[in-house]
Design a protein around this ligand. Structure first.
Ligand SMILES: Cc1cc2nc3c(=O)[nH]c(=O)nc-3n(C[C@H](O)[C@H](O)[C@H](O)COP(=O)(O)OP(=O)(O)OC[C@H]3O[C@@H](n4cnc5c(N)ncnc54)[C@H](O)[C@@H]3O)c2cc1C
Length: 457
């Protein structure tokens, strides 16, 4: 038997480290990413003709970014790297890809799904106005193109990315009007002991906050967003502060997000079992700490398996590679696996702290007014989803989707799905786990009908 064919989807920290480990064991993995260059979200590379330094681009993470890029460059001749290539389906032992409008198929014996995460967003009145971005979108504008989303920017939501991106914008000279965190300060204080599992990250978070405040930027906790103002485009935000007062803050752009959600649709299409994680309130592909799912040959790693951050993604990628090697009958250095597993355990403790300190604002989302747009692709309001629950008897998310079209558009519920589940559960008076999750459908990323028809013919 020859060397097994191994495919990796995602060239971020998880995918690159998985590929590197496999190359060191004489595999030649196929590394596929829809992005033009390797690095993933955190270590996204700038376009080739841009000249910002690592320090300017990645700040405290400059050393890690350089190390990951160098690792990729070292192995690039030993892998089959396919940038600008999106995987839109997985069926049996084939990945269905599209690159530059051309469909292709990639057969594999094992596949590591290292597809990362996206922002977890929640609707608020006015969030569809031009000038309102996700936190990740705002960061990508800065990191990839050195652009700001506006001149006077408000940061709204919760999670470490809220403070990080606000810090990056302030450092780039943008007028950051306010950082509005829905989590109470008391939750963050309560979580400090768990977050101390990674002291440097905890210190960094405190530094970002202190730096913003020292610049005179208002940082509020326990905030409830009421409305993003227009008309025509963002002109400001109205929020209720922790002390119950309502304030209006002027701005021409808003970046918002409530932590992250895993990109797990390919694992779903591959038939992997999913379990509900009470702490994060999200469904995740069931896997062991070495990335093995319940489907033979299907492995998950990095944020696409569980939101644990970039260092954990590198560790998870290496562990998934070891699992692939073991399945291929190779001897695994047990010491290496044990060290990686121990590291993951510390990341897990930190994750628990983050989820305590920056909780998903369940009550806030359940109380979103009926007229607020929930599903942007299909223009469905929160009230229309509630109607599907109460008047049409939708007991779970997929039935509600069929009745209301929530989650049926281009994004396939990747952006509205978390909030839709919460609003539906609130409407039915049940825990969010009881309404399930929107089942993945191919194509997981928008593509033209012409591509689908060529790949079916
Ligand atoms: C927008 C955003 C910004 C972030 N910024 C920071 C930050 O500044 N600092 C920080 O500490 N953490 C940040 N995080 C979290 C951090 O990026 C992750 O923890 C880390 O990058 C996870 O690594 P990963 O390899 O699991 O996934 P990623 O780095 O997200 O890499 C996943 C890769 O998979 C590719 N991909 C996904 N689906 C497909 C598909 N169907 N077909 C082909 N390719 C696909 C993507 O293009 C991407 O390159 C951010 C996360 C997001 C979503």
């Amino acid at each position: 038997m020859g060397t097994p064919r191994v495919a990796i989807v995602g060239a971020g920290p998880a995918g690159v480290r998985a590929a590197e480990r496999l190359v060191s064991a004489s595999f030649r993995p196929i590394l596929i990413d829809e992005a033009p260059r390797s690095g993933g979200q955190i270590y996204r590379r700038q376009p080739a003709n841009f000249t910002r330094t690592y320090r300017q681009l990645y700040g405290f993470d400059a050393g890690k970014a350089r190390a990951l890029h160098q690792a990729f460059d070292r192995i690039s001749a030993a892998i089959d790297y396919r940038p600008d290539t999106a995987v839109w389906n997985i069926f049996g032992n084939k990945l269905y890809t599209v690159s530059d409008g051309r469909a292709d198929e990639v057969e594999f014996d094992s596949v590591i799904l290292a597809t990362g995460a996206t922002d977890r967003v929640a609707p608020v009145k006015g969030w569809t106005l031009p000038g309102c971005y996700t936190l990740g979108g705002a960061q990508i504008a800065l990191k990839a193109q050195a652009c700001s989303i506006g001149r006077r920017v408000i940061f709204l939501g919760t999670g470490p990315l809220l403070y990080l991106v606000a810090f990056q914008y302030a450092s780039a000279g943008v007028d950051v009007r306010a950082v509005l965190d829905s989590s109470p300060l008391s939750a963050q204080v309560a979580a400090a002991a768990a977050m101390a599992a990674r002291p440097s990250l905890l210190a960094r978070g405190l530094y970002f906050r202190a730096h913003l405040m020292a610049r005179g930027i208002a940082v509020h906790n326990g905030v409830m967003p009421v409305e993003i103002h227009g008309p025509g485009r963002v002109t400001g935000v109205r929020v209720r502060l922790g002390d119950g007062t309502t304030v209006d803050i002027q701005a021409d752009a808003v970046a918002m997000g409530y932590h992250l959600r895993s990109e797990s649709q390919l694992a779903d299409l591959a038939g992997c079992n999913f379990t509900f994680d009470e702490r994060s309130g999200q469904w995740a592909p069931q896997c062991d700490d070495a990335g093995r799912t319940d489907r033979a040959g299907i492995y998950v790693a990095g944020d696409g398996a569980k939101i644990l951050g970039a260092d954990a993604a590198e560790t998870g990628g290496r562990l998934a590679a070891l699992s692939v090697m073991k399945a291929a009958g190779m001897a695994i250095p047990e010491k290496e696996a044990a060290v990686l597993r121990r590291r993951l355990a510390a990341f897990e403790r930190f994750r628990r702290g983050l989820l305590t300190g920056f909780p998903w604002p369940q009550a806030m989302i359940r109380s979103v007014p009926d007229d607020v747009l929930l599903c942007r692709c299909e223009a469905i309001s929160a009230g229309e989803l509630r109607h599907a629950a109460r008047e049409q008897g939708a007991p779970e998310l997929n039935r509600a989707k069929a009745f209301s079209r929530v989650g049926m558009g281009r994004c396939q519920g990747r952006y509205c799905g978390c909030a839709a589940a919460e609003i539906l559960a609130g409407s039915l008076g049940v825990p969010v786990a009881a309404v399930g999750r929107i089942r993945a459908q191919a194509p997981v990323k928008p593509l033209s009908v012409a591509v689908v028809s060529t790949s079916l013919s």
